[in-house]
Design a protein around this ligand. Structure first.
Ligand SMILES: *[C@@H]1O[C@H](CO)[C@@H](O)[C@H](O)[C@H]1NC(C)=O
Ligand SMILES: *[C@@H]1O[C@H](CO)[C@@H](O)[C@H](O)[C@H]1NC(C)=O
Ligand SMILES: *[C@@H]1O[C@H](CO)[C@@H](O)[C@H](O)[C@H]1NC(C)=O
Ligand SMILES: *[C@@H]1O[C@H](CO)[C@@H](O)[C@H](O)[C@H]1NC(C)=O
Ligand SMILES: *[C@@H]1O[C@H](CO)[C@@H](O)[C@H](O)[C@H]1NC(C)=O
Ligand SMILES: *[C@@H]1O[C@H](CO)[C@@H](O)[C@H](O)[C@H]1NC(C)=O
Length: 383
């Protein structure tokens, strides 16, 4: 044989043996991780030679390599006590030997192997393809990610994912914040699965400094949770409670701004920035107070800005307005009084001429006339 022929022979030989081996093969991982108390699914598929298609009825069995104890059989009574009503074969029995074990116990470690009994045809044990279970007391930590700093109104997407080995009953996710939830499962290797829950919501300033929590409950109870605090930034918002007022004859302006990060705040009178204002920040609230000589100005502007934007509000100055009102009211009052006195004198003169006696009601009427001057006082009271 020359080299070429030798190679050809090798190729054919391996091809043939490969086919032969494929004929009675099983595909099962060496080890599957499982969570204590939860469920574990051992992924498994198998092959058998069936050139004439005689195989019709299949009995799949799982056993321990030590002692050949039956851990799964379609007939419950053939299963050893330890595994009774906890094991189940999943999928199509003619090629799928996936086994689910529920309420996983510390000594469910195996190793295990699969055996197939094909009625009226053949039977085989896949002893070489043994699988062990690694029992974990606690689940792996949650993988949690979210943007920790967002602008208000921006969409926030938070991802929470865990690995598990119970695809039949995947873990339940619970979020501490309302929003749109999306669930996704991804197959990993060796019977492991990745379950991801995505929460999407619109950020609001009320979410600032609140912890966003994701909690996971595995089948049959194990519970796990994690959280992250999110920061929500927003442009200044000048509160409508901002105002100018007079106190003991002095006019003061107060401008209250809410923003994150805190704003810079200025008062503008006419077209110049007033320097001697006081600015104080507590948390997200910035309060500016201004006490100065406002001259004849009727308005003062409050300007606020932070890295996200700016805002302004025009505040009217109280004293200027009210002084004008007082002048107008006094002027009107004086004119009214003059008119009243003039007509009053005429009337009294007439009465004195007509009748010498005066009734009580006339006195009250006179009082009432003079009482009218109180309206000025009531204006002052209003100031
Ligand atoms: C075996 O059955 C399980 C459960 O129905 C399924 O998830 C898996 O994909 C099946 N495997 C094959 C190889 O068909
Ligand atoms: C934030 O929430 C409040 C009340 O829940 C709502 O009025 C406001 O529109 C929200 N802001 C944004 C930007 O969604
Ligand atoms: C699980 O899936 C998510 C989303 O596809 C991914 O971000 C994460 O890294 C995965 N985790 C693992 C352990 O594969
Ligand atoms: C965030 O909340 C914690 C308590 O939950 C509090 O101690 C802290 O002062 C808050 N920080 C801000 C910036 O609001
Ligand atoms: C606010 O605006 C002033 C002038 O326009 C600028 O100098 C300042 O840096 C701004 N402040 C912030 C916090 O962006
Ligand atoms: C005040 O805000 C308005 C919009 O709300 C803007 O058009 C105007 O230019 C601002 N004025 C100043 C002085 O920043």
């Amino acid at each position: 044989m020359d080299t070429l022929e030798w190679l050809l022979f090798l190729c054919i030989y391996f091809k043939v043996t490969q086919i032969a081996e494929l004929s009675w093969t099983a595909d099962v991982p060496n080890e599957v991780k499982g969570l204590l108390g939860s469920c574990v699914v051992i992924p498994c598929s198998y092959n058998y030679p069936d050139p004439q298609g005689k195989a019709k009825s299949f009995t799949g069995i799982w056993m321990t390599t030590e002692g050949d104890r039956v851990i799964y059989h379609p007939t419950q009574s053939k299963i050893v006590k330890q595994y009774q009503s906890r094991t189940k074969l999943l999928g199509d029995a003619s090629k799928n030997c996936s086994l689910m074990i529920e309420k996983l116990q510390q000594d469910d470690r195996g190793p295990f192997y699969f055996r197939i009994e094909i009625e009226g045809y053949n039977r085989a044990s896949y002893r070489k393809n043994k699988v062990s279970i690694s029992v974990m007391d606690e689940p792996n930590p949650i993988d949690f990610s979210v943007q920790e700093e967002v602008k208000e109104g921006q969409t926030v997407s938070a991802f929470c994912s865990v690995s598990h080995s119970c695809p039949t009953y995947p873990p339940d996710f619970h979020w501490s914040h309302p929003g749109v939830q999306h669930f996704q499962a991804q197959k990993l290797q060796n019977g492991q699965w990745n379950s991801t829950s995505t929460l999407t919501f619109c950020s609001n300033r009320t979410d600032h400094n609140k912890s966003l929590q994701c909690s996971v409950t595995y089948h049959e109870g194990k519970h796990q949770e994690t959280s992250k605090t999110i920061k929500v930034k927003y442009a200044p918002d000048i509160k409508s409670s901002s105002k100018c007022f007079s106190e003991r004859g002095k006019v003061m302006c107060e401008c209250i701004v809410e923003s994150r990060p805190p704003s810079m705040l200025h008062f503008v009178l006419g077209d110049r920035v007033v320097q001697n204002s006081k600015v104080q920040t507590v948390g997200s609230v910035t309060t500016g107070t201004l006490q100065t000589d406002f001259g004849s100005f009727k308005f003062v502007h409050c300007l606020a800005n932070n890295t996200l934007g700016n805002a302004n509000l025009t505040l009217s100055l109280p004293l200027v307005d009210n002084m004008q009102n007082i002048f107008i009211a006094c002027g009107a009052g004086v004119i009214f009084l003059i008119v009243l006195i003039a007509t009053g004198v005429g009337v009294v003169k007439k009465w004195k001429e007509d009748r010498k006696d005066m009734s009580c009601s006339d006195i009250y009427a006179n009082d009432h006339v003079y009482g009218n001057t109180d309206c000025d006082e009531s204006i002052y009271n209003n100031v």
